[in-house]
Ligand binder design. Structure first.
Ligand code: NDP
Length: 240
């Protein structure tokens, strides 16, 4: 595989832990200029620029972009990754449970994508890799809010592809299955066993297995892929 020479400005939201941090490390190993947003101050590996931002707050996103642009130049690779769950059955789901998950996972992605594409349009190039979930196409009990937010990312990627595809910008969606991070730690052992039974690979994913695909989608080799949904799920969502 041809690796990038690594001069690109890369920004990952929610990159202080979990999948986001694995993605950041992967771009760093590729010698890109990597920045991550965090809400909670965390120790980051050397070479990764941390900027505080809450994706529910457009002003904090704008401030974070200004810092990244000053340090690394306009963002050329954007990975909207920040996400939350508030799982509960539909009958118990409050409107706030629904709208807060949408505000972070979907509207949050919209906010950062809109901010990033300003610079990408000037550059006439850019890569957007949205971190969705198989839950967005497969559905999951207790995840009406989360599934809706993750399905919405598909609409964002495909509309960007149609609006901005002619300006050298691609937008794709990665759909992880189950990844061993703190987010998955909240799932009960009983549910974990149920999920595992539905995964042909017979195991869950590491964050690095998601990161590798993200980095590849942002590479020159993937220049002609846009508006695509890429499941990285051990075969768990085949046919959906
Ligand atoms: P974690 O819970 O480990 O990390 C979530 C990240 O999102 C943290 O960095 C967190 O920041 C950040 N975040 C949450 N809310 C906000 C906000 N309002 N503003 C800014 N940052 C925020 O999750 P994962 O690493 O597991 O998940 C990363 C992405 O992958 C999510 O979008 C998730 O939906 C998706 N995904 C995860 C799967 C899994 O099995 N783990 C499966 C499929 C998809 P902070 O540390 O400050 O809270």
């Amino acid at each position: 595989m041809t690796e990038q020479t690594g001069a690109r400005s890369v920004l990952i939201t929610g990159g202080n832990r979990g999948i986001g941090l694995a993605i950041a490390r992967s771009f760093l190993a590729n010698r890109d200029k990597v920045a991550v947003t965090y809400r909670t101050k965390t120790e980051l590996p050397d070479g990764i620029l941390g900027v505080q931002a809450d994706v529910t707050d457009a002003a904090s996103i704008d401030a974070a972009f200004k810092t990244v642009e000053a340090a690394h130049g306009p963002v050329e690779v954007l990975v909207p990754n920040a996400g939350i769950t508030k799982d509960t059955l539909l009958m118990r789901m409050s409107e706030d449970d629904f709208t807060s998950v949408i505000d972070t996972n979907l509207t949050g992605a919209f906010r950062v994508v809109q901010r990033a594409t300003k610079g990408m349009m000037k550059l006439r190039k850019g890569r957007i890799v949205l971190i969705s979930s198989v839950s967005g196409i497969y559905g999951a009990p207790g995840q009406v809010n989360y599934s809706a937010s993750k399905a919405g990312l598909i609409g964002i990627a495909r509309s960007i592809t149609r609006e901005l595809g002619g300006r050298g910008i691609t937008a794709n969606v990665i759909m992880p299955g189950i990844v061993l991070t703190e987010m998955f730690g909240e799932v009960s052992e009983e549910m974990k066993a149920k999920y595992l039974a539905g995964i042909p690979a017979g195991r869950f994913s590491s964050p690095e297995e998601i990161a590798d695909v993200v980095r590849w989608l942002a590479s020159d080799e993937a220049a002609y892929i846009s508006g695509a949904l890429i499941p990285v799920d051990g075969g768990g969502s085949m046919g959906h």
